[in-house]
Design a protein around this ligand. Structure first.
Ligand code: NAD
Ligand code: UGA
Length: 488
């Protein structure tokens, strides 16, 4: 296209350049209804704030992090985390009302509402080591907010924190005598990895805890208003701030408890010829119990279950509730037992020696549809198999880079092969660690032909067709079901 004004001729290129400049200017001048900041651009901060930006184009949403590589990835075509549906949402809003930046101080100055979504791992040193939450990142953030704020702010605890943390947050924020007012809210996140976008778009509930003061209630209503842009009102529940903080720990503890319960029973099934899938179906059809989270497995993983239960255990001990602490500690103990049991079953089935045997792990992520390997049972299993001097071939469609980092420096032979057919060649056994759909649709006859004999499958997720594998020639060891072997 060409436009002529007297002697001036505008080509397509000129029109494009002018339009770009107008748009940039309009964006800068555009006044957003709210300025929302999130500190911590991780698995929670990134997706959660991307969803807010997506559902509320009237708000400016900025996500900041101390890690410049992570921010660069959020601004690139290769997002730092794999989560189905996330890329589309980020690409739709990025540069419009969703921004990723390392300018934390600037972000704090401009924000009306600040979500804090930094990591809260288990403490590895000093008092409470191995149990309590390490609050150093969270406290650093609180101080940074205080030092850089020039106006009143609502602070939203998004990270999972010990109950009563909001009190400490308030004390840090109000420890200088400037005239700035802060209202601290608790708004724990319940998303699960692999389904984060679905969970954020259609949550079972959004929980907001606040103090009962007029200022606290006003702040609470502001946060309710944000979620009400897409979440039905009856699903947005409010509570006092301590109930909210505690509910997050308890939700994770209950979920993990169900897995440990079914896994404990899987051990009994293996001794009695009962079938854990049949037991879970019978139990789960009781509407009082429900049928979710009853899949027996090699053990639960993920960055939060273990850490949050240990945090709960630590809190109980801190308040002198030793029996309550022991009860919840049992959930973690059974999980450790289940992982060790899996290795011992492999050892027993393969004639009590794994030395020099080649074992292929199908999956390394802690669950399907994520590349995350934090606390993945595959890490423990790999280490134990390497202690037994087995050679490992690790296969996973999304988690191989993380797997390499997890196993770096360990003594032993390990290789990483994405294609499961190539990974299984010459192996003595396959152990399924992650329930990726991919593994159910493979040509196991072809795989069987390429492997060393006798051939074993240890299905740590009960996702394969065990009868069919047995017919092909595999010796099959599911979880909580009778083994199928060709030995007398
Ligand atoms: P993560 O490690 O993926 O992300 C945390 C981010 O915070 C990191 O990128 C880190 O660089 C950044 N950070 C740390 N200190 C900072 C500071 N002072 N300033 C700026 N950035 C800083 O962690 P995550 O998985 O997103 O978890 C965050 C919190 O959410 C944890 O408390 C976790 O328990 C909770 N949670 C996680 C999930 C999940 O599925 N991962 C779900 C619900 C709740
Ligand atoms: C879990 C909770 O489900 C979320 O609600 C919570 O927000 C989150 O922790 C958190 O606080 O970090 P996530 O760890 O991402 O989410 O994934 P889950 O689906 O809960 O799975 C956790 C582990 O349990 C996985 O290793 C999974 O394979 C295992 N699992 C799950 C089983 O072994 N059996 C089941 O029946 C279900």
């Amino acid at each position: 296209m060409k436009i002529t004004f007297g002697k001036i001729i505008l080509t397509d290129f000129h029109i494009f350049a002018l339009r770009f400049e107008f748009e940039q200017e309009a964006l800068e001048k555009m006044t957003f209804e709210k300025n929302i900041l999130c500190i911590g651009a991780g698995y929670v901060g990134g997706p959660t704030l991307a969803m807010i930006a997506y559902k509320c184009p009237r708000y400016k949403v900025t996500v900041v992090d101390i890690n410049p590589t992570r921010i660069a990835q959020w601004n690139s075509n290769e997002l730092p985390i794999y989560e189905p549906g996330l890329e589309e949402i980020v690409k739709t809003r990025r540069g419009k009302n969703l921004f990723f930046s390392t300018e934390i101080e600037k972000g704090i100055k401009e924000a009306d509402i600040i979500f804090v979504s930094v990591n809260t791992p288990t403490k590895t040193f000093g008092a409470g080591a191995g149990m309590a939450a390490d609050l150093q990142y969270w406290e650093k953030t609180a101080r940074q907010i205080r030092e850089n704020s020039e106006s009143d702010k609502i602070i939203v605890e998004k990270s999972t924190l010990p109950v009563k943390t909001a009190l400490a947050m308030k004390r840090i924020l109000t420890s200088t005598d400037d005239d700035i007012h802060y209202h601290v809210l608790s708004n724990p996140e319940f998303l699960a990895e692999g389904t984060a976008v679905r969970d954020l778009e259609n949550p079972d509930r959004v929980l907001i805890g606040s103090s009962e003061t007029p200022g606290g209630l006003k702040a609470r209503d502001e946060l309710v208003e944000i979620y009400a842009n897409w979440v039905p009102e009856e699903k947005i529940i409010t509570s006092n701030i301590w109930s909210s903080e505690l509910s997050k720990l308890v939700s994770n503890a209950f979920l993990a408890q169900r897995i440990s319960s079914i896994n404990a029973i899987s051990a009994l099934c293996e001794k009695t010829d009962a079938d854990i899938v049949e037991v879970a179906r019978a139990v789960g059809m009781d509407s009082r119990l429900g049928n979710k989270f009853l899949n027996a497995s090699v053990g639960f993983g993920g960055s939060c279950f273990k850490k949050d239960i240990l945090n709960l255990v630590y809190l109980c001990r801190y308040y002198g509730l030793e029996d309550v602490a022991e009860y919840w500690k049992g959930v973690v103990n059974i999980n450790e037992y289940q992982k060790e049991r899996f290795v011992l079953n492999m050892l027993g089935a393969m004639f009590n020696t794994l030395a020099g045997k080649k074992i292929c792990l199908f999956g390394f992520a802690f669950k399907a549809d994520t590349g995350d390997t934090r606390e993945s049972p595959a890490i423990f299993i790999s280490k134990r198999l390497m202690e037994e001097r087995a050679e490992l071939v690790i296969s996973d469609p999304k988690a191989l880079n993380n797997a390499m980092m997890d196993l770096e420096g360990l003594e032993g032979k390990v290789s990483y092969v994405e294609d499961p057919y190539k990974a299984a060649v010459d192996c003595d056994a396959i152990a399924v660690m992650t329930e990726w759909d991919l593994y159910t649709g493979l040509d196991y006859e072809k795989i069987y032909r390429s492997m060393a004999k006798p051939c074993f499958v240890f299905d740590g997720r009960n996702v394969l067709d065990h009868e069919r594998l047995f017919e092909i020639g595999f010796n099959v060891f599911p979880i909580g079901k009778p083994a199928r072997t060709h030995f007398n």
